[in-house]
Structures are given as C-alpha cells and as structure tokens.
Design a protein around this ligand. Sequence first.
Ligand code: ADP
Ligand code: ZN
Length: 651
Amino acid sequence: MSNQNNQNNPNNQDNNNNNFFNNNPLLAFAIFSIVVIMLFKSFVGEGDGLGTMMSPANTKTKQVTYSEVKELIKSGEIKSVKITPSYIEAIGGSEGSFIRYTAQNVPAIDRELIPLLEEKKIKYEGVMGNGLLSELISMLLPILIFFAIWIFIAKRMQKGMGGSILGMGKNDRMVDSEKPETKFDDVAGAEEAKEEVKEIVDFLKYPERYMELGAKIPKGVLLVGPPGTGKTLLAKAVAGEASVPFFSVSGSSFIEMFVGVGASRVRDLFDQAKKAAPAIIFIDEIDAIGKSRASGANFGGNDEREQTLNQLLAEMDGFGSNTPVIVLAATNRPEILDAALLRAGRFDRQVLVDKPDYEGRLAILQVHIKDVKLSKNVDLAAIAKATAGLAGADLANIINEGALLAGRYNKKEIEQSDLMEAIERAFVGLEKKNRKINETEKKIVAYHESGHALMAELTKGATRVTKVSIIPRGLGALGYTLHLPDEENRFLKQRHELLAEIDVLLAGRAAEDVFLGEISTGAGNDLQRATDIIKAMISVYGMSDVAGLMVLEKRQHSFLDGGMAQKDYSEKMAEQIDTTVKSMLDEHYSKVKQTLRDYSPAIEKMTSVLLDVEVIEGSKVREIIKEYEEANGLESRLAHSEIVEAEEKGK
Ligand code: ADP
Ligand code: ZN
C-alpha cells in the first residue's frame, strides 16, 4: 500500500482535542525537551556551568565583581586564573583552603589583564568559549539523546503499528487516504460483482438525491472471495468511479500491539472518513477482527479483538444513513465472521468476488498486457485456457513473469513460450535445477510419475497429460505430472470424472508398488487427495450407497476449498463412511495395479526416457502407449484418442 497521499500528515493541524499531542508532535517534542533540559540543569547545579562539579573538595566559592578580581590579582592573593568569554575564575588562598573567586559579566576587551598576570607571574589559561560551550552542550546533549531515543522508539512502533509516541492510540499513518484512479474498466471479468457495487458509486456521487427520497443506503458491503481475486481492486474502483477518498486499513493492523489501541484506531478512522465524506472505508482481512466470538479458536488476546470489533459495530451503528460513508470489507473466510457483523445496518450485503472463468481470465489478461510488449504470435485464449483455477493476481503475475523471462532470454517481445513457462511456474513452483536428488530417488520418482501419466491417458474422464517431469520443483515436490484441462469452465464434475481422478492419483503409489516392490513416502499427498475426493463423494455430493442422497456435511462456501464443513451425522454413519472409503480405495488400487501390469513395457519405456531426459511431453507419453498397443495387437485404451489423432496429423 502506498501512503503518498497521506491527508493526515502530522504538520497538518487537526483539532482533534482528545489527542492534542499527537496532532502536534513538534510541540510535544519541544515541551518534552524543555522538561528534560530543566531536569538536567537542576541536576548540574545553578548558574556556574560545570565549575562546581570540577572544583577540589575543600574549595570555597565566592562571587565577586570583575574589578574585585583585578584588585585581588594586584594584591598577590591569586595563584591562578581561568578566563572565559562569559566569566573569569581566580583561585586564591593557600594549600588546604583554596578560595575560588568567580566574576560574571567580564568586559569584552581588557588590555590590562594579561600584562598584569604576566607581571605577577600568575598562571593563567583562557578557555575558549568554555562557558558558552558547556552551556550549549548541557542544552544540546539531552536533546540529542532524547531525539535518538525518540527516533528509535518511533521506528519500532511504526514497524509494529505505525503509531507515534505520545498518542499511542492514534495513528496518523495507518489511515491512508487516497483518491484512487482505478476505474471499473481496470477490474476485468467480475461483471456480477461490479454490477452489485455500481449503485454505491451512484450514492456516493449524488448523496442528496437518495437522502431526499429517504432511501436507506447500505452502510457496509462485504466482498467475499479467495485471495487475489480483485477485492481490493474493486473497492478502489468504487472510490475511483465516485472520485471520493479511499481510506484503506487491514483488519490485522488493528490488533497488533497494545490493548485499547485497536478500538481507538477504529474511532479515528471513522472520524476522518466522516470528515472527508462522501468517502469509502476499506477494511481488508476483516476476519482478523471480526472472528466469531463463538468460534473461539484462539486463546488470550481476545479482549483486544473484541474491543476493536465492538468499536467497529458502534461506529457503524453510530452514523445515520445520511452520512455518505460506505464501509467495504474483504474476507476469504466469511464463515468465521461474527454474526453481529452481518446484521442489518452493518455488513448486510455480501458480494461474491470469485475466481474468474475462461472469459474472465481472458478479460483480465487483456487488462494486464496493456503495459507490456507482447509478440503478435501470442495466443491469449490459449493462456486463458491453460490457467483454469487461477485468480486475477496470479494472471497479473504470469504476465510479469513472462516479461522477466523474455528479458532474460534477451528478447524484444514476450512470446507465447515465455508465458507458458510462466504458467508452469505458477502451477508448480520454481524450477529448482540445483537441487540434486540421488539416483535411487530419481528412479522412484520416474516410476511414480510414469504411473500417474499412464493412468491419466488410459482413463476416460481424466485430464490428459501435458508434461511429465522428474526435475525437482519447489514445495517439496520431487516430480510432477502436469494436467491442464481441455475444456474451459469446468465447474461441474461428473461421477466418472471424480473416479478417474482417484485412479490417476493412486497410480503413482501403485507404480512404485508394482515395479519397485517397495513403496515410498512420495505418495502421501496423492493418497490424501484421493481420500478427500471419496469422502466428498459420499458426504457432500450424494454419490454413494452408504448415505444415498443424504448430505452429511454442509459446505457453506463451495468456492473455498477446505472451508469449514459442518458434520452432521451419527457415529454409526461415521463408521460406515470409513469402511466405504477404505474399500473403495482398495478396490481402485488393485484395479490400477492391474492396468499398470498390463502396460508394464510402456511404463518401463516411459521411465527410461524420463531418467534420460527428465522431462517428456504429453504427446510423447501417448506415443509410447500407442506403440506398445500396436506392437502387441491390443485394442487401444487411449482415452484421449482424438488428441492422438490431431497430434499425428500435425506431424
Ligand atoms: P484481493 O484483494 O482479492 O486479494 P487484489 O485486489 O489485491 O486481490 O488483487 C491483486 C492484484 O491482482 C490487483 O492489483 C490486480 O493487478 C490483479 N487482479 C486481481 N483481480 C483482477 C481483476 N478482476 N481484473 C484485473 N486485475 C486483477
Ligand atoms: Zn504422485
């Protein structure tokens, strides 16, 4: 987040009397410094600089006039003299009982003094600016020390919460306000969501119109959707279209350091927005403060969150519907929000900002290529097809990554191949060529991935293989088989497709089992996913005999994979589910193993090619299978035969 347009910069007098010092940090600083200096001075002693501190223990001090000092010198009473621009100090008396005569108000020029001292053979020294300097030091030193501490603390606090010192509860920086340039056109592929927020723009633009009619305007709108889908962007666009200030905060920033800070920040935020009205307040990650009190997932630290939440509720209830301030909040976990937040007059509207479909992805890509140099050969439709399941932020990233790759290859324009490589990276993490795996591991991975690939090609309903690789990638994956869906917009899956997915997932482990006679830990994730699919088929999609059509788990938000599911069934049912899951897994596993055995020469071939070149294309996989089938007069079991034909024609 940028804070260039910080409206509330500290020098800007803001007569918010509840926190005077915070709005006048310079004044606060000055007052504090003066106090410190006075303390320091009283500690050092009055009047005569550092002198008193430096004199021997048995010395009396006498204040005299300058002429008296001169008299004393003439009379031979004085042993030594110290001359500074602001005072003169003469030590008289004898061993054991020194007397120190000091005279302030020294004449600027006295041509007699030095010759006189010479004549009397009195030791003298001139201390250049001693008085003034020590005065200065005694004044500056504490200021400097104080300043250093101030900066130190301020830095730390800014890191934590962006606060200033005396007004710990206040925070000028956190409440960024800007007037975004973002327009609805910048938000692509979210047509429904845009439609739903359009009337907010109108209200912000012409508040009087609505007020005259007595219309009740929504105060809060909750933008719900997975990360990176453009919720922030949409909120900004609302402000941009209406050309009103945009106050943006993150929910988590409210509850970081000190108890009570969050609530007072909420108060400030609303105060500022009301002053700037019409305005938009945007609270990102509202779940950080709005977590359901009932969900009680965290221990301690709840008070702070609750106070903040209560303040937020109070603020939202506090302004009437004729204050044109609208609060937009974003979350990807609406199910954990406190019900109080969602009540009428608060966030009573929810707008779904979901992951884009094919058309949406194409539109988003078109927005983001505006700033880059793209070769004419780039086929955006193909990119959009290959990126099913990715959010807008991922797509923006792919374009940028593609540009970086093209730059690295020293190209003038971004080409299709750069974008495809960027997609691959987005899907499977960065290539880690430098990570060495040993030969045994390589062999295990090669068989494992060949198993996945073979099964994906032989099973109807599975997605075909795009690429198989045994080059280790990030995220702990030693190899991968990349499947990119053929058709765009797969929101629905049929039963046979889910079963196909299970077979493909099990094939990795099965290949290790059949060809190496020993299994490894590499299949853990596959098995987890296969199990999850079966469980979901039984309890969510009504696709089994155990539960029939009875839905056992309510998925409140299906777009949030792994969102909280409410279990709603008996112990006995739970047992039945477990046995069914296990028997289904066993059944599919032995079927998969049989297929792999039937095709073992093809697997051996794939594995040896993989060990040789590390990466093979999907077309190569299909070719190997076809060769084997033809050589042995087998009827082809290739599931994606139309692709095989197309590939052969293309040759
Ligand atoms: P969220 O707030 O939902 O996590 P953001 O709004 O922060 O997502 O999106 C991050 C970036 O991703 C945006 O700044 C934009 O560049 C890109 N982006 C996301 N969604 C879209 C979209 N629908 N259209 C264009 N760009 C998008
Ligand atoms: Zn696997």
